[in-house]
Design a protein around this ligand. Structure first.
Ligand SMILES: [Zn+2]
Length: 345
């Protein structure tokens, strides 16, 4: 009987050394210490041996049983900690790997150009004013020397809401609203959205304008030329030629349109391969903005003395500048919110 116990113990210990994981350990436990395990069977067998021999065998069995229980406990601790370490290693963060970049959003190209133009004027000493998108006929037209039934109203394809209420066709009404409240000297720009009944590759129903004006004593056309030339040089580069062409606007007299040398062909009208330039239609010039000296009639409406004060005003489309700056031929791209387009800026 003693040999039998010793044989079971030896077998158990030698097998234990080969165990590599917790499942195998459990199988081992069942084989030796389970309800029908080899050692348990030996305990059951005690009743078959003579009574006087039982204490001796019983003691031997107990020693072996305790021994096996102790070594399984130790083995379990070792296996469990190895298991844990393995899990940590496989899921651990490798701090030497580059991090995941968070994609930052960007400003819309129109906002970028708008900010650029506004910044230039702020540096020139202008301040910003704001006005409503829904305007009255008075502010949008009449106060700007465009009476009802005047032929020049055809210049703006107006979107009317009611008879005397409309979506502003330009940011010029802000001029009137500011001059009603304040006295010269004034140097103001009014950036904002404007609306027209017009839509094709170069016209949009909604677009953005920056309107500006300066009123004080002794303001001359030279001040206007200096300011706008500085603006266009800041946007398109100092090397670009700028020209002022006579034009007509009801609220300015004299009026001019301002052109900058074509950004596509360098003012030649033709490309280096001899093809004609489509951006400037072979003229070598790009029309950028309209301007002029504020008409004395506008001052009279505002009870400013036209003999005492003079001033200039100008207005430009931001989409037009952005299209030339970025070489975009279709204005609709700005409003489609296609990420493939927007990501390029
Ligand atoms: Zn050109």
């Amino acid at each position: 009987m003693v040999e039998r116990i010793k044989a079971v113990e030896d077998e158990a210990i030698s097998r234990l050394n080969e165990i590599k994981n917790l499942q195998e350990l459990e199988a081992w436990r069942i084989r030796y210490l389970g309800k029908k395990g080899l050692l348990t069977e030996l305990v059951k067998n005690l009743k078959n041996i003579p009574t006087e021999d039982r204490p001796h065998f019983g003691k031997n069995l107990n020693i072996t049983k305790n021994k096996l229980e102790n070594i399984i406990k130790e083995k379990r601790v070792t296996l469990e900690s190895a298991d844990k370490e393995k899990k940590i290693k496989s899921s651990a963060v490798d701090i030497t790997m580059p991090g995941k970049g968070i994609k930052r959003g960007k400003l819309h190209p129109i906002t970028q150009v708008m900010n650029e133009v506004v910044d230039i004027f702020l540096r020139l000493g202008f301040s910003i004013a704001d006005g409503p998108d829904i305007e009255t006929d008075y502010y949008n037209f009449e106060a700007l020397n465009i009476p009802k039934h005047h032929a020049s109203r055809d210049m703006w394809s107006t979107l009317y809401i009611e008879k005397d209420t409309l979506l502003r066709t330009h940011t010029s009404p802000v001029q009137i609203r500011v001059m009603e409240k304040k006295k010269p000297p004034l140097a103001i720009i009014a950036p904002g959205k404007v609306y027209r009944r017009d839509a094709d590759v170069t016209h949009s129903t909604v677009f953005h304008q920056v309107e500006g004006f300066m009123v004080d004593k002794n303001i001359t056309f030279a001040d206007l030329k200096g300011t706008l030339t500085a603006l266009l040089h800041a946007i398109f580069g100092k090397a670009k030629r700028v020209r002022f062409r006579p034009s007509y606007f009801p609220f300015t007299e004299p009026s001019a349109e301002v052109d900058v040398e074509c950004v596509n062909c360098g003012g030649k009208g033709k490309l280096s391969n001899g093809e004609s330039c489509r951006v400037c239609k072979e003229t070598g010039w790009l029309e950028i903005l309209g301007c002029g000296m504020i008409d004395p009639n506008v001052f009279k409406n505002l009870k400013y003395d036209p003999d005492k004060y003079s001033g200039y005003a100008f207005g430009m489309g931001i989409e037009r500048i952005a299209m030339l700056k970025f070489g975009i031929s279709d204005i609709r791209l700005f409003f489609e919110n296609d990420l493939r387009f927007l990501k390029q800026f």
